[in-house]
Design a protein around this ligand. Sequence first.
Ligand SMILES: [Zn+2]
Length: 204
Amino acid sequence: MTFRVALTFDAEHPDRPTQPGVAESILTTLERAGIRATFFVQGRWAEAYPDTARRIGPAGHLIGNHSHYHARMPLFSPAGFETDVRAAETVISDVLGVDPRPWFRCPFGAGDDDLRITSALAGLGYRQVGCDVVPCDWERPADAVEASVVDDTIAAGDGTVVLLHTWPASTGVALPAIIQRLSDAGATFVRVDELERVPERAAP
Ligand SMILES: [Zn+2]
C-alpha cells in the first residue's frame, strides 16, 4: 500500500509553555528525512524569528498565511480582517520572500465553517486549508502525538492532511518516529498543493 501524507505545521508564537528551538529542530528533521511539508506562518512569528522563518522556503516547503495576530478571524470587522491578513502577507513576503497566496489557515480553525469568513478570504485571494488528522500536539506527550498521527493517518488513507505546530516540544520529539513509521507503512510525504482534494475544515 502506498499513500500520500501532507504534514502541515502552524508556525506561530507558542500559547503554552514550551522550550526554545523546537521549530529549528523540526526543520532539521524534515531536511534530514528529505521530505517537504507545508508551513502556515503567523506574521508576528516571522517578524520575531526571521532567521528561522527564512529556512522554510529554501527547504522546499509550501508556505501559507496563518494571520498576523493569531486572533479568531470571525471577531474582526471586515476592515480589520483585511488588515490582519494583509499584514501577515506583507511580513511573509518581506521576510521569507514568498507570496503565501492562495494558502490560508484560520487560527484555532475559527471561521472555517463560516461562509462570511471563507468568502472574505476568497476576496483576498485565499482558500482556507483545514485538516483530517488532529493529534492535539499542543497538549499531549510525544508518544501520544506519535501514535495519533501514525494510526489516524493510516486509517484516513491517501491524501491525509495532518495538523501539527512548530512549537510544542512533543512535536519535535515525535517527528522522527512519525516519519519513519509512516514511511515504513508506505507513505510518501507531499505538500498541500500536490493534493487534488484539500480539506477546508478541521476534522471534528
Ligand atoms: Zn495557529
